[in-house]
Design a binder for this molecule. Structure first.
Ligand SMILES: Cc1cc2nc3c(=O)[nH]c(=O)nc-3n(C[C@H](O)[C@H](O)[C@H](O)COP(=O)(O)OP(=O)(O)OC[C@H]3O[C@@H](n4cnc5c(N)ncnc54)[C@H](O)[C@@H]3O)c2cc1C
Ligand code: SF4
Length: 512
């Protein structure tokens, strides 16, 4: 009689670690692991070549780690004959062949995937145990508890709770430096001289596995956005640890100060580039935060740099995850500002005269990467001001970035950048004119538009659309005390000026 399979452990493409909760208690004599590469994960939103390559290569490397432990693994490759194309259909086949008594998995990063796998377990009347993802500092239940009864959710308060709970950067009950937050010191620009000589990013030559995947992606996803000329992301835990170490040594000291700065042609600056490794779970956020805290304790980096970095992970990363899981599935449908315009075609090519957008989009297509301010205050801001449908904006962000997984991408896009959730995620829309981009970068120097002008041939489209946005939404925005200053400035414009801006804004919208 065939041996019975106790647990079939489902491991998804963003759960690539041996200490995953799903693998706790794994017994190779009676359990097996199941992983599947399927086309749906690269097409439900069109995934860029960089993003698909990263996920597939990291999965194949993790599969090697599993087999090196002699753990039984059922692995379906994208190019296997009869690949069913979806996770649910592949799991259906596996259940019929392997007859497990139970399915076990770590909570996935996407509501859609959880529903489809639950549906498949139900179809077969099989118990599915979904375990907490221990690669976070908090659980979704803790976030729900924090959110209970609050009129407004704010990252800062959840962050402080987690600082107290974990003791990170704490001196007893007080924050080290007597300040929770050094945000004011995290907004430097490079000045006229520019960033100078920057530490090189940690990049990896594709090995045989990655080269195979690149060929597969170029073949099966030829029409997907971006290219693979520069692929160099960490695809193993060892590489991710090395990339973290190099960031802590060379870039963290200046991270805080230049976190928001941009410079034409400079892709990597002082950022960590570890979001993809964190989100695929090649790195644990605890080891990342402790490395930054230790760098501060050793006197290697100033407190504002360490705090500024730790806040992104212990604060923002945990907060957005809580928002996602407590607000889905309705969250995806939100469109508070009634934005219905299509995403401009140049988001897929970078082919535009606007220097800031051209730079951000080109590097996104070349590397699957742009830093936070490029995402929020260049590509995100333009879509917001133009009134693009938040679902289209969401599909773009989820498709193009190597670190994109829906739990983190959706609240950042729909909430923080498009204000489509009406203020759940952020207390006000992040709106600014071209002057903000001019202050934080050198893009405007080489642009045919002028950030100070809102009308006329050389008017910066950001500036025109900024005033038009305030004007269009004045009634809604007036209810928000944090918008008062901006609306006061709007009131200084004459009726004639507003009418001219509306005409020019319409021209931009019609040509988008
Ligand atoms: C519209 C929009 C979409 C975004 N989509 C994603 C996404 O799909 N995946 C993703 O990981 N981040 C996303 N972010 C957040 C942030 O932009 C990226 O985490 C960051 O740019 C990744 O680059 P890095 O690793 O060099 O980060 P660094 O600038 O070095 O920051 C350090 C780490 O902090 C974390 N972090 C920083 N900001 C945030 C944030 N707002 N939310 C959650 N974590 C944060 C990340 O893990 C990041 O690696 C998005 C932001 C915006 C405005
Ligand atoms: S002038 Fe306007 S469009 Fe041109 S780079 Fe500056 S902000 Fe961007």
């Amino acid at each position: 009689m065939a041996k019975t399979l106790r647990h079939l452990v489902v491991v998804l493409g963003d759960q690539l670690n041996l200490d995953a909760s799903a693998l706790a208690g794994f017994d190779p004599t009676q359990d097996a692991i199941w992983m599947a590469e399927v086309m749906e994960e690269s097409t439900h939103v069109t995934s860029s070549k960089q993003r698909s390559t990263l996920f597939l290569s990291a999965m194949r490397h993790f599969a090697e780690t599993i087999t090196s432990h002699n753990w039984p693994l059922h692995y379906i490759r994208l190019d296997d004959a009869n690949n069913a194309g979806t996770l649910a259909d592949e799991l259906d086949k596996a259940i019929q062949t392997l007859h497990p008594q139970q399915l076990v998995m770590t909570a996935p990063g996407e509501w859609r995937v959880l529903q489809s796998l639950r549906g498949m377990a139900k179809k077969h009347h099989l118990p599915l145990e979904v375990r907490d993802d221990t690669h976070f500092f908090s659980t979704v239940r803790e976030f729900a508890e924090h959110a209970k009864g609050r009129k407004q959710l704010r990252q800062e308060f959840f962050y402080r709770e987690l600082r107290q709970k974990t003791g990170i950067l704490m001196d007893g009950k007080k924050p080290i430096g007597d300040q929770w937050n050094f945000d004011e010191e995290n907004r430097g620009s490079f000045g006229k001289a520019g960033p100078g000589i920057l530490p090189p990013p940690t990049r990896y030559e594709p090995d045989a596995i990655t080269l195979d995947v690149m060929q597969l992606v170029n073949d099966k996803m030829a029409k997907h956005p971006g290219n693979l000329h520069t692929f160099g992301w960490p695809v193993t835990r060892a590489q991710a640890l090395e990339a973290l170490d190099s960031f802590i040594q060379h870039r963290l000291p200046s991270f805080g100060l230049y976190q928001d700065a941009m410079w034409e042609g400079e892709v990597w600056l002082y950022h960590s580039h570890i979001a993809s490794a964190l989100n695929l779970k090649l790195l644990n956020p605890r080891e990342v935060v402790s490395a930054a805290e230790k760098a501060y304790q050793d006197g290697h980096v100033p407190l504002p740099a360490a705090e500024g970095f730790i806040r992104q992970i212990l604060g923002w990363r945990e907060y957005v995850r809580g928002i996602y899981w407590t607000q889905m599935p309705e969250y995806l449908e939100r469109n508070q500002m009634q934005a219905h315009a299509p995403l401009p075609a140049f988001y897929w090519t970078g082919n535009t005269d606007m220097a800031c957008l051209r730079d951000a989009i080109t590097q996104t297509l070349n590397h699957g990467y742009a830093h936070h301010i490029q995402r929020l205050m260049v590509t995100g801001l333009y879509a917001l001001l133009l009134g693009v449908d938040p679902k289209e904006v969401h599909a773009w962000y989820l498709g193009v970035y190597v670190d994109a997984v829906e739990w983190v991408e959706l609240p950042n896009t729909l909430g923080m950048s498009q204000f489509a959730d009406g203020g759940v995620m952020a207390s006000k829309p992040y709106v600014a004119s071209g002057k903000y981009i001019d202050r934080m970068s050198n893009h405007c120097k080489g642009c045919r538009f002028n950030p100070a002008l809102s009308t006329g041939e050389h008017a910066c489209p950001f500036t025109t659309l900024y005033w038009d946005y305030l004007n269009r939404h004045v009634d809604t925005l007036a209810k928000n005390p944090r918008m008062l200053m901006q609306l006061k400035n709007l009131n200084r414009l004459s009726d004639e000026a507003r009418a001219q801006i509306a005409i020019q804004a319409n021209l931009i919208k019609n040509s988008a």
